[in-house]
Ligand binder design. Sequence first.
Ligand code: ADP
Ligand code: MG
Length: 228
Amino acid sequence: ARALVEAPLGKAPGGGWLDARETEQLFDCYAIPRLPQVCARTEQETVDAAARLAAPDGGVVVKAQGPGLVHKSDRGAVLLDLHGEQEVRAAYRDLTARLGAALTGVLVQPMAARGTELLAGVIQDEVFGALVVFGLGGTTSELLADHAARLAPLTDTDIRELLVAPRCAPLLFGYRGGPPADVGGLADLLARLSRMADDLPELAEAECNPVIARPDGITVVDARVRLL
Ligand code: ADP
Ligand code: MG
């Protein structure tokens, strides 16, 4: 993890953002559960990756990658639930046609099963230092701003409090007859993010959004990391 945050400092990346590959390596250092994914650079690589990653009868997702593409869905750069080679080829062509030089490659993932979309992350606050943030995720996350935060490193009490602090928290505990989500998995994720923040003061922010929480587990679907 230390080598990863030190390596990019010399190469003046786009505002300090790690690319998908670096982000994935950093998260793997902390065994943070994430979707399998492949960074593809050509149409054929994209098709091959999709064939490998799709579950039987399952779709795939193709997302544009590029230094300026931080909020991908704003640019129509996240194409969901693609089935079969033709749809994957069409998605790749659509992204290259619309984004042109802004596109350096695409990220291919399997379509994740439905669940509650959450945000979990770390931000470096000017006054307080590293904070762990938790709350409602998905594309409406910023709009609804239903987030809570605690100072890193988190204690067990902080984690318990953080899990129930956002207004959306009841969704995790069996809302309206639905099954409860894997809250233990979320607690573990918060502990891992806290450890990462504590180890790496170079992190300006590390945001997982969405983390999809289901009864049988949690998985990070999208993440972005920026260094100071
Ligand atoms: P960005 O945050 O850059 O706009 P995301 O990768 O978070 O892009 O994708 C936006 C939304 O698309 C997510 O909030 C989620 O609802 C959906 N999504 C993205 N990837 C997947 C996936 N692999 N499986 C299911 N839904 C996905
Ligand atoms: Mg996202």
